[in-house]
Design a protein around this ligand. Structure first.
Ligand SMILES: [Zn+2]
Length: 339
């Protein structure tokens, strides 16, 4: 396992949850070699229990927070703020909504992270830092020292330190950060797994307090990213659009191609279109994995070519070409590749 990692994937897919499982595995004190196969920790040792309760002193979970009232908070204020926020997430069984637009990871937080990384572990042999929504790190005037120290930390973490960043906005992360981490793409979750998730009594209770939807409706609106059920639905729309494009490409019905192209909206909706293309990459990536799982090399290859076609469309979308035009062209191309 690399010591600096970036988990990248759609919002609500469970990247920070996965990071917590990895942290549990890393901090678990049960040396039974079987655990290596299972992935997460033993779940029984003291370390595992502390991670599950989010109280392990060597697990540092950082995520966007409202800016503190004090414009230059000291490390203790930052620590107290995160202790409180983490306790809140623990109390909600880890079922939290995406951060609001005004929340960020401010320089005082980065400073405290860098300092803690230099300390020896409090309880075990390692310490793990999870930085959720790492693209929300806020560059600030006079924060160069903290920023540089963080980059240096990513590049060469102490031997007993693992840093796991997560991001759902591929383009928003600073290239200086990206180039220092190993990127792992986290795919959408299969519908049967989403179903198991929404049927979990704890989850069900949390969702019932928000809406009266049925299990099937929830599985559908999660569209592979169960965290969306706790937040808004913009990403779900992107995935629905992406599925439409794949359906149009594989159905070979020109009328469908036409209406899907038009449904992408005009240049004004560029942001949404970029999301759709991102979702499309995820969806087709899923096809590659499925095909490989079934040992169908030919299908895997054509799905991989389809991913390439979408990546090419992405570069056009960055230019001044209309989304309708790109979509129509892409569907034609995908239909040749995927048939
Ligand atoms: Zn354990």
């Amino acid at each position: 396992m690399p010591s600096s990692l970036l988990l990248q994937g759609p919002r609500g897919v469970g990247k920070q949850r996965l990071a917590l499982w990895l942290a549990q595995r890393l901090l678990c004190t049960d040396s039974n070699p079987d655990i290596a196969v299972l992935g997460s920790g033993c779940g029984k040792c003291t370390a595992c229990r502390y991670v599950a309760e989010l109280t392990h002193p060597d697990l540092h979970w950082i995520f966007p927070r409202p800016r503190l009232k004090d414009s230059d908070p000291d490390l203790e204020q930052v620590r107290d703020d995160y202790a409180e926020a983490t306790a809140e997430r623990a109390a909600e069984h880890g079922l939290y909504a995406a951060p609001s637009g005004s929340e960020g990871i401010y320089v005082a937080t980065v400073r405290s992270l860098v300092l803690r990384a230099a300390m020896t572990p409090a309880m075990g042999k390692r310490k793990v830092f999870i930085v959720g929504d790492a693209d929300r790190m806020v560059p600030q005037e006079g924060a160069d020292m903290a920023a540089n120290a963080f980059l240096k930390l990513l590049e060469e973490p102490p031997a007993d330190t693992t840093i796991i960043l997560t991001s759902s906005e591929a383009g928003a992360l600073l290239p200086t950060i990206r180039s220092r981490v190993v990127v792992v793409r986290v795919p959408l979750v299969r519908d049967d797994a989403v179903r198991a998730f929404v049927e979990n009594p704890v989850v069900r209770k949390a969702l019932d307090s928000k809406s009266k939807a049925t299990v099937s409706e929830r599985v559908r609106s999660a569209a592979g990213a169960p965290g969306r059920l706790l937040t808004g639905d913009t990403d779900a729309k992107a995935t629905v659009n992406a599925r439409r494009i794949v359906d149009a490409a594989t159905s070979a019905r020109p009328s469908l191609v036409h209406s899907t192209g038009l449904a992408q909206g005009s240049a004004g909706a560029r942001g949404t279109f970029a999301d759709t293309l991102e979702a499309l990459v995820d969806l087709l990536g899923e096809r590659v994995r499925d095909a490989l799982h079934k040992k169908d090399v030919a299908a895997a290859e054509s799905a991989a070519n389809a991913v390439d076609a979408v990546l090419k469309a992405q570069t056009h979308a960055d230019g001044n070409v209309s989304p309708q035009l790109i979509t129509a062209r892409m569907i034609r191309e995908l239909s040749t590749i995927l048939k």
